[in-house]
Design a binder for this molecule. Structure first.
Ligand code: PLP
Length: 445
């Protein structure tokens, strides 16, 4: 143990000196060092250097859908590396893992979303989606269709295009966004007080108003997460996406669904929008596609867009990442999807989602400050409210959600605080392999 601990102290010093962490406080890192240094993962558990076990109640970054420590995925990665670690997919070159994965995704995706462009993650997928839809409009003779409508507090990533699509101002404050080509429509969510489904549905009509006031001929696409994740775990009202689909169709605007969190079973269905029987024109995926074992993402386009690109996109498509369709990534994703299907993990997510719902309702009954509980499958949240009956918030400066996260961590549970304009929200999104007992453990903590 002593050996491990002195090793830990050394690692923390090296971490401070040499590792600039993503989405972390640079100053806090220097002050306190890395709070946890993980060494192993198994199922819903992560083990740190001191040998303590933590429940990964967030599937890390809502991505380890299959759970930690699956040897089958490690074996497939090794096998693929031994056979063909890498070869390019530029200039039309190809390889079997990418072709097979593209076919599998076409089988799984709703409607006629049958064609994939591969990336290394969600931000690249969203950037690629934005560039591809603009290219689509341009080659069809509508170069002025460039603007993208996204939503307030929607999260789409951190590359320049996806940061611009993100409707969380803190992400723009670091540098800039590419606005005015990005417009942020309201999200169907009301921060305080009473409201009805009808009130929430007004958010869809705001999208219509935005298209009309900007001029439909300038709008390339509308982009949204089926359930807004980092921006508050916002579950839309029942008819919202149907209405959005109708509005997009009415004005010829393409609908891009960002299924980066909601894809691959997270909500108890393969893709989130399936809950409302709505099919987008373009879909972006990442995270659960490989359960985080290797970096991978994709943009899926429908047959119509593909047909038009075949017809009008002349010469080279000047867009591609070195790792677009990485053979190891594709091989691991195929195995990951196979295991998710074989082990019926999506059905388990739906079933365990009901257990999570019961647990969240229990918390709501038991604690005066817990309210607005919600979940779809294993994507869940509760809010911390100063007065639950009046639906009022704590003063944002109190950092109540952050304190709850820290208290959970002391009890070996990792959850995450998210916020919608100062609202204190605790997100829970455990691996899809979770059991009833493990859900109970999370709720009791
Ligand atoms: N889209 C959504 C909905 C996300 O939640 C995320 C990441 O959390 C992204 C896109 C960006 O994905 P990545 O971090 O893989 O670039």
């Amino acid at each position: 143990m002593e050996q491990t601990l002195s090793n830990k102290a050394e690692l923390i010093e090296l971490d401070k000196k040499h590792f600039l962490h993503p989405t972390s406080s640079i100053q806090a890192q220097q002050k306190t060092g890395a709070p946890l240094v993980f060494t192993e993962g198994n199922g819903i558990y992560l083990k740190d250097m001191e040998g303590d076990m933590y429940i990964d109640g967030m599937s890390s970054l809502w991505n380890v859908n299959i759970g930690h420590g699956r040897k089958e995925l490690a074996e497939v990665a090794a096998e693929q590396m031994n056979k063909l670690a890498f070869s390019s997919t530029f200039s039309g070159f190809s390889h079997e893992p990418a072709i097979r994965l593209a076919k599998k995704l076409a089988d799984l995706a709703p409607g006629n979303l049958n064609v994939s462009f591969f990336t290394s993650g969600g931000s690249e997928a969203n950037d690629s989606a934005i560039k591809l839809v603009r290219h689509y409009w341009k080659v069809k003779g509508f170069p002025e269709r460039k603007k993208v409508i996204t939503r307030k507090r929607g999260y789409h990533g951190v590359s320049m295009g996806s940061t611009s699509a993100t409707g969380i101002p803190e992400f723009h404050a670091m540098t800039t966004s590419l606005a005015p080509d990005f417009l942020y429509a309201p999200t169907p969510y009301i921060v305080e007080g009473e409201f009805t489904e009808e009130d929430l549905m007004k958010a869809a009509q705001e999208v219509r108003k935005m298209i009309e006031s900007e001029g439909p001929e300038t709008i390339a696409a509308f982009m949204a997460e089926p359930i807004q994740g980092a921006g508050g775990i916002i579950v839309p009202p029942e008819k919202y996406f149907e209405e959005i689909r109708n509005i997009c169709d009415e004005y010829g605007v393409l609908f891009i669904a960002d299924e980066v969190i909601t894809g691959f079973g997270r909500t108890g269905k393969m893709f989130g929008l399936e809950h409302w029987d709505v099919v987008p024109d373009v879909m972006t995926i990442a995270k659960g596609i490989s359960s985080g074992y290797v970096p991978l993402g994709a943009v899926m386009i429908n047959d119509e867009i593909h047909r038009e690109l075949i017809k009008y996109s002349k010469g080279t498509l000047f867009h591609g990442f070195t790792y677009s369709g990485h053979p190891v990534g594709c091989a691991v994703a195929l195995k990951n999807i196979e295991l998710i299907e074989e082990e019926r993990l999506i059905e388990n997510a739906a079933e365990m989602g009901q257990e999570l719902e019961k647990g969240l309702k229990y918390l709501e009954e038991k604690h005066w400050s817990v309210g607005r509980v919600r979940n779809v499958g294993l994507l869940g949240a509760f809010e911390l409210l100063a007065d639950r009956d009046k639906n009022t918030r704590f003063d944002a400066t109190q950092g109540v959600a952050g304190k709850v996260v820290q208290e959970c961590l002391k009890r070996n549970l990792i959850v995450r605080s998210v916020t919608y304009e100062g609202t204190d929200i605790i997100a829970i999104a455990p691996p899809l392999s979770i059991t009833k007992e493990e859900i109970k453990d999370i709720i009791s903590i």
